[in-house]
Design a protein around this ligand. Structure first.
Ligand code: MD3
Ligand code: FE
Length: 203
């Protein structure tokens, strides 16, 4: 079940469902070492999405800006290694979408609770925009906002549910995007929670 959302953006419905329990088991181990935290934006706002990372590099934000860093600022230690199940899923999905050389060195883990949203933004802290981003949705459903290359382009709404995987590359790599507030609900594996794994080649 493959669906082109736009040139370079391929939605793989349910691609991660068969691996959901293995992914969530691995996630528990990551979060035990690098717990979810609410980052502060350079403008001083606390993000409603709770975040963590695994892999050689992690995405962080503070009053000084956004960046990738090998060290978790909360522990002073390296981020946890990317679990093999994460890496395999991300590379399998990238390959389905025609990105055969994708070697993610960063996995940003976003946790949403009901009411949590992510405002429209671009992902542009990575070095090579020729490399795609692969995202995996788990738990509660979300309405994803898929905009254009200008902030003012009217976004389309894409429902994303448990197990959906999207590869965002090519001409879609720098599109603005966001997530509408998550609705109340209960997921059998995650309860009142949505998890998004976002794989990037940052360096
Ligand atoms: C489209 N996360 O972490 S993943 C983010 O659901 C982020 O947690 C959202 O945006 C989430 O930066 C959406 C989907 C995504 C990621 C990167 C993109 C969509 C994208 C880059 C370009 C276009
Ligand atoms: Fe993003």
């Amino acid at each position: 079940r493959q669906q082109a959302l736009a040139p370079g953006a391929l939605l793989l419905r349910g691609f991660a469902v068969a691996d959901d329990k293995a992914l969530l088991d691995a996630l528990r181990d990551v979060i035990a070492v690098a717990p979810f935290r609410h980052l502060v934006t350079p403008g001083g706002f606390v993000m409603s999405v709770a975040m963590s990372n695994c892999g050689a590099l992690g995405w962080v934000s503070d009053r000084s800006g956004y960046r990738y860093d090998a060290i978790d600022p909360n522990s002073g230690r390296h981020w946890p290694t990317m679990p093999a199940a994460f890496l395999r899923l991300a590379q399998d999905a990238a390959r389905e979408a025609g990105f055969n050389r994708f070697v993610p060195d960063a996995c940003l883990i976003n946790r949403y609770e009901p009411g949590t949203r992510l405002s429209l933004h671009q992902d542009r802290d990575e070095r090579d925009f020729e490399q795609p981003i692969v995202s995996v949705s788990l738990g509660l459903p979300a309405v994803f906002l898929f905009g254009g290359l200008r902030r003012t382009d009217k976004p389309s709404r894409v429902p994303l549910t448990h197990g959906d995987v999207v590869a965002w590359g090519g001409p879609s790599r720098l599109r603005f995007h966001g997530v509408l507030p998550i609705q109340e609900g209960h997921h059998p594996l995650l309860g009142a929670c949505r998890i998004n794994l976002t794989f990037r080649q940052a360096a």
